[in-house]
Design a protein around this ligand. Structure first.
Ligand code: PLP
Ligand code: SF4
Length: 360
């Protein structure tokens, strides 16, 4: 694959609900809600991602992730455009610093396909220019002044929508910061534009400090031959790939679906890293699941899947110091002499407290 293939995919994206419907052979969509939703939130789908859709469309997990819907107009008092409070912890225009040792650099606003459930709708799709030299220089100054940051996440938008040249000047700059030991690239192109992973890109990325690629496969149907080969190119070159997915009602909110997703990822050397609870972002209310759904999915996975294949179930709420992990409760009772435990099938057992050893 070379650069032409992915650039053509981007150029040929379906950028309106009506063009998308025509592509799928759906007769006129006469829904004013859809019209409003696509005006309010960005819309684009690569022909590749659209080609994965199957009938019946209304239930298709790929279709639901990229077709605008009237449900996006649902309003509730807890919904905002910046659900993680990122604007309030941005020391420079493009940098978010919420954890002591990690920072997030937002380098562009474009994505291959706009996810209807996106958390960063305040950024993605706005046709903002990529990070400027001056903005990058300010971020680099901040990183140099804060050597406690050793892990830099590069996100957007989707950083892999940048050209190889633009990407390499950003990577050149950040990898010169001595305290940065690890770079992580957050991208969804493995799912929506796998032809972006070219030999040139892989050799470019391999030149830098340890790089991890974190991607987002939300459903096993996204794990096509193309997607898995693209991931394998990165992994073979020494770039580990991990998956962070979002629990989405009607898309992947069953234990069987998550199990198949994580199992297939694991078989293909992609580490399931996070399963995120949907953020409180405007436009995604219809995708939110109750917390109990995620917790019972975690209960299902434990015991059926290797720990290597089990993601961390996390929720991110502004005001807290960051992501918190939600787990099923396996401790029934704690006594001074023993702890009563259960397993995921409800069997109960006791673990004795260590024998007190008196030191004389
Ligand atoms: C999630 C996140 C990170 C990275 O967190 P990890 O748990 O290390 O993956 C860093 N910065 C921000 C602002 C984040 O939201
Ligand atoms: S690829 Fe990421 S940033 Fe872009 S629309 Fe999807 S979730 Fe949002």
């Amino acid at each position: 694959m070379h650069n032409k293939a992915w650039k053509e995919q981007v150029a040929q994206r379906l950028t309106s609900a009506s063009a998308f419907a025509r592509f799928l052979g759906i007769d006129d969509i006469n829904d004013t809600g859809i019209g409003k939703a696509e005006k309010q939130f960005p819309m684009a789908v690569t022909p590749y991602y659209a080609s994965l859709i199957q009938k019946p469309f209304e239930k298709d997990p790929i279709f639901l992730q990229c077709m605008p819907s009237a449900y996006e107009l649902i309003e509730a008092p807890w919904l905002t455009n910046d659900p993680l409070g990122e604007l309030s912890c941005s020391p420079t225009q493009k940098l978010v610093h919420r954890y002591p040792d990690r920072a997030l650099l937002l380098v562009c606003s474009e994505c291959a396909t706009y996810c209807r459930h996106c958390t960063r709708k305040r950024i993605s799709g706005e046709t903002l220019p990529p990070i400027s030299e001056a903005e990058l220089a300010k971020a680099i100054d901040y990183l140099n002044a804060h050597p406690e940051i050793d892990d830099l996440l590069i996100s957007g938008g989707d950083p892999l929508l940048l050209t190889d040249e633009a990407l390499s000047s950003i990577l050149d700059a950040v990898s010169k910061v001595p305290s940065i030991k690890v770079i992580r690239i957050a991208t969804r192109v493995l799912a929506t534009l796998p032809m972006r992973i070219t030999d040139e890109l892989v050799s470019l990325l391999s030149k830098y400090k340890p790089i991890f690629v974190n991607t987002q496969f939300n459903h096993p149907r996204e794990l096509t031959q193309e997607a898995l080969s693209a991931a394998a190119m990165l992994i073979d070159a020494g770039i580990p790939v991990a998956n962070q997915f979002v629990l989405l009602k009607g898309v992947n909110d069953t234990a069987e679906c998550v199990e198949e997703l994580c199992r297939t990822l694991y078989h293909n050397r992609i580490r399931p890293y996070y399963m995120f609870q949907c953020d409180l972002v405007r436009g995604v209310e219809h995708f939110r699941t109750p917390l109990s759904t995620g917790i019972s999915i975690m209960d299902h996975l434990r015991g059926r899947l290797s720990g290597m294949a089990i993601p961390n179930f996390c929720i991110d709420i502004p005001g807290l110091s960051g992501k918190i992990e939600l787990l099923p409760n396996y401790i029934i009772e704690e006594k001074p002499t023993e702890t009563i435990l259960r397993d995921n099938r409800g069997r109960v057992t006791s673990y004795p407290a260590p024998t007190p050893i008196s030191k004389s």
